[in-house]
Design a protein around this ligand. Structure first.
Ligand SMILES: NC(=O)c1ccc[n+]([C@@H]2O[C@H](COP(=O)([O-])OP(=O)(O)OC[C@H]3O[C@@H](n4cnc5c(N)ncnc54)[C@H](OP(=O)(O)O)[C@@H]3O)[C@@H](O)[C@H]2O)c1
Length: 253
């Protein structure tokens, strides 16, 4: 069975919307998933599904519904995340830690599992790609962002293993990390939806496995920063946000 179908898990107004639009223009059918898909993305996609990845068992039914209504996706993108900020990184209530890791990583594992099972039903000539949106925390630790960093490291390891384990079957895996020109962390406000869409397209259409850690700069494409992470990001605003959240929690309790 051949397929030109992209499934975007965690499709919001930035990367999800831009990627769905880009792949549609290239002749793909698009399936978008989030807890509350916007009207705009619902209208532009071939199928919009509501799901909450804090429950990883939601993933199997998404793939089943995608297959029944549109077909088996040959491109799967995991873009959802829960960004918890905590300067006291070992103080997370366990249920909060687990629910966040489910969104950030366990559901991505479930998605990779379903993606591989689906890829095996597609024609050998169909290109098959799984991509995970990451950041540079696989090269630098920030205690304030430890929750997210743990899951990005786990996902990067999973993408590296996927690229190795399934190379012979032709399934491609990527950990995708947009950087600033100098290799430093991408500023969230500047994160490029369109730039990601263009990189995903390159990954989806190249027949071989490229570097599993796909660091890129908007307008330039893949850049090997050789482990360098440029200058430190200014985390002051995040620190203040965390302190304010902590004091309002303390006032509430
Ligand atoms: N390269 C870098 O340095 C860098 C910098 C910043 C971010 N990032 C990465 O970029 C990705 C996100 O970027 P973006 O701009 O596209 O974010 P975004 O616009 O916020 O899209 C993410 C979507 O995920 C959905 N989502 C969140 N929690 C969910 C859940 N529990 N279940 C299902 N869907 C959920 C949200 O929709 P609903 O609310 O409707 O569920 C949201 O719209 C993340 O992986 C993030 O770590 C990378």
């Amino acid at each position: 069975m051949s397929s030109n179908i992209v499934l975007i898990l965690g499709a919001g107004p930035n990367i999800g919307a831009a990627t769905a639009k880009y792949f549609t223009e290239k002749g793909y059918k698009t399936i978008v998933v989030s807890r509350n898909p916007s009207e705009e993305i619902t209208k532009s996609a071939d199928l919009a599904i509501k799901a909450d990845f804090s429950n990883p068992s939601s993933i199997a039914s998404i793939f089943a519904s995608a297959k029944a209504k549109i077909g088996i996706p040959n491109v799967v993108i995991y873009n959802s995340y829960k960004g918890l900020i905590n300067p006291d990184p070992f103080s997370f209530p366990l249920d909060e830690w687990i629910a966040g890791q489910n969104v950030n990583f366990i559901s991505a594992y479930a998605a990779a599992q379903e993606a591989v099972a689906g890829f095996r039903h597609l024609a050998p000539s169909t290109l098959k790609t799984f991509a995970f949106t990451g950041n540079l925390q696989i090269h630098r630790a920030f205690p304030l962002l430890m929750h997210l960093g743990v899951s990005k490291n786990a996902a990067a390891h999973m993408m590296e293993c996927g690229a190795m384990a399934y190379e012979k079957e032709g399934f491609r895996f990527y950990y995708v990390d947009e950087r600033m020109e100098d290799g430093s962390a991408m500023k969230s406000a500047l994160l490029g939806g369109q730039a990601h869409a263009e990189e995903f397209w390159k990954m989806a259409t190249r027949p071989d496995q490229g570097p599993w850690e796909h660091t890129f700069v908007a307008g330039k494409g893949y850049v090997d920063f050789e482990g360098s992470t440029g200058k430190l990001p200014d985390l002051k605003a995040l620190e203040e946000k965390a302190a304010a959240a902590k004091s309002s929690k303390m006032r509430a309790s």
